[in-house]
Structure formats: structure tokens, C-alpha cells
Design a protein around this ligand. Structure first.
Ligand SMILES: [Zn+2]
Length: 338
């Protein structure tokens, strides 16, 4: 089969890779219906995370089960399934606490930009839809695999509740789906921070009530103005830079919460400032598996349409263009069809 392989900065190739097969009795082999490029794939693509050897890419996926290992109990061939970027057993103490991305037996899924994928720990990782979905629902199920689950975790970690005022820092796919998630959790006011017209429009569609275009001190001043000097109850940090993290913490009211899901790159916090801010911080790699049953149900019943974040759809052999379009911010998120 052919799949995506990253060789170095801005050098992603579509080339021959070995076709995965069952190696453990708990594995499943799935035929990918759709995969995509993640915002986090851009860190190595831009050379910020160094690449030392040709690296297969991709960790977002949904598709049809082709084969299962002898120990798999809950998943059958022919089912349409969704999993997240960390395979988990869903039974260890961390999984039971709802932190499947810290599973004691977790395995990172890293080869999903391909037609065939091996998924470990099948019973703990994959969830089937009630039936094979129609084609129009596939982008939304794909979104549940990572970006929707991550946006949902940001809102959950930021303790969004009915009536809350929420701020979303970051207008990438995760931030936009953080807006959708905050809306689903009943936030009354949702302030999206974005300078990009197309993304502002989608944020409004997903439930944003206000848009703030300023950043840094000016951005914080605008949030304070909008919240009458109080600050937000909940802030979703969906970028991972020093600026975005400080934007999030300083926009939160005393006693409020920041849910941070942007992978930090060079973020350093001042303990004393944090101490006096009275802000709750919670985040990390989103335990998407915790939210999948709920998210699959919402999508199946067409209550939400997170697939709208895919504004570019390409055949998998054009994966390099998918990376370029996201790198240059021409596309919010690129869907790839094998
Ligand atoms: Zn576990």
C-alpha cells in the first residue's frame, strides 16, 4: 500500500509502505474511510519537532473493520469504527478514571494516513456506529477521532456549565470545535478569538456569540471589557504557545478554569503569578475515548455537524498538498480519502 511519510521539514511523500497485519491477538485491521492532517502534524512538518528518520504519519481515523485478532470480543469485521490517537485498554486505573490517554498500556497510533491501519487494544480503543453511516456523516465521525474529542475535553477541563461565559483561544479546528463543545455544554456567552474571517464565520455557526480579533494585552483588555471587568468563567486554550497560554490565564476570572489542549511548545509559567491568579489549570492529551460514546451518538442523530471543519478534501495521494494548505493557513483542516 501507499501512505504518507515525512522525511524532513516540508517534505511529506506519498510512498510505498508495508501493509499492516495483525501482530497481537488484541489487534484489528481497518480499511480507512477517511483520515486527515492534524494541526499537531504541522510541528514536525515545520521542523519545530525534528525528524530523524522517514516517519509514517497520521493519527486520526475511521473506517471498516477488515480483520480482528483472536482475543477481540467487542468488535466484528464489517463494522464502521472510530478510535482515537492513543490506543488504550479502557480497563486500567487511569482508563477507569477517564484518562485513557494516560493508559498504563497505551500505544500511539501513528500510521493512519494510509488505506489500511493496524489498531492495537481493539476492545478498549474502537467503538462502532449502530450501522455503517452514510457518506455525508463520515467527516463528522472522523472529527470525533481527535479534533472534536480534543475540543470537547478543552471545554470539559475548563468546566463549562450552563450559563457560563467561555473564551476560546485559537481558531484552528480544535478551537472551533471547542466553541461547538462549549455550546453543547450550555455556555451562554462564547467569545472566540480569531482574526481570520472564514474561521470567525464558522465559529459563529458553531455557537460563538462574540469575536475578539485582538491578541496579547489588547486581547485580554477586550475580554475584560466584554465581561465587564470580571474575566471569563472558562477559557479553552487550543494553541500551545507562551502567548496563547498567558492569554488564557489572564482572561480567566479568579476561581475560573483554563482547559489547555494545545501541545505546549516553550510554555513556561510564573509560579507566583499563577498563585495569585486563583485560576484552575487542567489539560493534557485529550482522553478522547472517554467522550466517544457521547460524541458518536450526537453525530449519529445529526445533533452536531463537526465535519464542517474540513474545508478541503483531497485524495490521499495528494497528502502533500493537504499539509501545504494547512501550513499556509489556506485550509482549516484537510480530509484525505484513500
Ligand atoms: Zn488503560
Amino acid at each position: 500500500m501507499k501512505g504518507a511519510v515525512l522525511y524532513g521539514p516540508r517534505d511529506v511523500r506519498f510512498e510505498e509502505r508495508s501493509t499492516p497485519a495483525i501482530t497481537e491477538p488484541t489487534d484489528a485491521i481497518i480499511r480507512i474511510s477517511a483520515t486527515c492532517v492534524c494541526g499537531s502534524d504541522l510541528w514536525p512538518y515545520r521542523g519545530i519537532n525534528p525528524i530523524t528518520q522517514p516517519t509514517p504519519m497520521g493519527h486520526e481515523y475511521c473506517g471498516i473493520v477488515e480483520e480482528i485478532g483472536s482475543a477481540v470480543k467487542t468488535i466484528k469485521p464489517g463494522q464502521f469504527v472510530i478510535g482515537s490517537f492513543f490506543a488504550s485498554d479502557n480497563s486500567c486505573p487511569h482508563c477507569k478514571a477517564g484518562y485513557q490517554t494516560s493508559c498504563q498500556h497505551r500505544e500511539f497510533v501513528t500510521t493512519a494516513q494510509a488505506p489500511i491501519l493496524r489498531v492495537p487494544l481493539t476492545d478498549g480503543t474502537l467503538l462502532p456506529t449502530p450501522e455503517v453511516p452514510s457518506a455525508n456523516l463520515i467527516p463528522s465521525f472522523l472529527a470525533a477521532s481527535d479534533v472534536l474529542g480534543t475540543g470537547w475535553f478543552a471545554a470539559s477541563a475548563a468546566n463549562v456549565k450552563p450559563g457560563s461565559t467561555a473564551v476560546v483561544v485559537g481558531d484552528g479546528a480544535v478551537g472551533l470545535l471547542g466553541v461547538l463543545s462549549a455550546k453543547q455544554m450550555g455556555a451562554e456567552r462564547i467569545i472566540a478569538m480569531s482574526r481570520h474571517e472564514k474561521r470567525q464565520k464558522l465559529a459563529r455557526e458553531f455557537g460563538a456569540t462574540d469575536i475578539v480579533t485582538e491578541r496579547g494585552d489588547e486581547g485580554i483588555a477586550r475580554i475584560m471589557e466584554v465581561t465587564k471587568g470580571v474575566g471569563a468563567d472558562s477559557v479553552l486554550e487550543c494553541v500551545g504557545t507562551q502567548e496563547s497560554m498567558m492569554q488564557a490565564i489572564r482572561s480567566t476570572r479568579p476561581g475560573g478554569s483554563v482547559g489547555y489542549v494545545g501541545v505546549p511548545h516553550g510554555v513556561e509559567l510564573d509560579g507566583e503569578k499563577l498563585f495569585y491568579s486563583h485560576v484552575h489549570l487542567h489539560g493534557g492529551p485529550a482522553p478522547v475515548r472517554r467522550f466517544l460514546p457521547k460524541l458518536i451518538n450526537l453525530i449519529w442523530k445529526e445533533k452536531i455537524n463537526p465535519g464542517k471543519v474540513f474545508d478541503l478534501s483531497l485524495p490521499l495521494d495528494q497528502v502533500a498538498e493537504g499539509y501545504r494548505a494547512m501550513d499556509e493557513r489556506r485550509a482549516i483542516k484537510a480530509l484525505l480519502r484513500p
